[in-house]
Design a protein around this ligand. Structure first.
Ligand SMILES: [Zn+2]
Length: 198
């Protein structure tokens, strides 16, 4: 079971919904773009990493329909965030697609006692995962400080994160990844005779 090559999940987004978007790696480079959510076991593994306190879900079955709904939710969220960062209003059809999944969340949710009002979905059924993740997406789009939303500056990367720095200077998904590649490129540019181009 499981996928052949599991690597650590990228959890640099600062928000579960952004980490979900970032499971589509190198999404701005068609030659390198990969969907890291190959199958249901990948999705469960990712979910246990980013939401370790959430109720675990059963691993039986392929749950192709639920996986498809999570992918649709992710790709719609990516389109909404790209539009926002590019200075456009996200389309009503895209937001409506997210709302459709959010209605499922509201139907399945129960309130925690007390205030502020908190809703969550209990149960270990596979069908609860898309609405659970949609609640994170709606939280991001409605409650997060989107003035801190960034796309990694790495060519082709496209990873999203919320910049937590005081002077809003973060540029890279990961300083050891895209940040390091940038430093190598800059070094090669400044020292063309001593560095080998690859
Ligand atoms: Zn990056």
């Amino acid at each position: 079971m499981g996928s052949a090559s599991r690597r650590p999940w990228l959890t640099i987004g600062g928000h579960v919904a952004l980490d979900l978007c970032n499971t589509r790696a190198w999404r701005l480079d068609p030659a390198r773009s990969i969907d890291r959510l190959h199958g249901w076991p990948d999705l469960l593994d990712w979910y246990a990493t980013v939401c370790p306190d959430a109720a675990p879900l059963g691993e039986q079955g392929k749950h192709a329909a639920e996986l498809d709904r999570v992918r649709t939710l992710r790709d719609t969220t990516i389109a909404v965030l790209d539009a926002h960062l590019d200075g456009h209003d996200p389309g009503a059809d895209q937001l409506g697609r997210i709302l459709t999944e959010y209605r499922r969340f509201l139907r399945a949710a129960t309130p925690e006692p007390g205030l502020p009002l908190r809703l969550h979905v209990t149960g270990t059924d596979a069908a609860t995962l898309p609405p659970r993740l949609c609640a994170h997406v709606v939280n991001l789009l409605r409650d997060a400080d989107l003035t801190r939303l960034r796309r990694c500056d790495g060519p082709g990367c496209g990873s999203f994160f919320l910049d937590p720095t005081r002077n809003r200077s973060r540029r890279w998904c990961d300083p050891d990844d895209c940040g390091n590649r940038h430093r190598v490129r800059e070094y090669a540019r400044r020292h063309p005779r001593t560095s080998r181009k690859t």
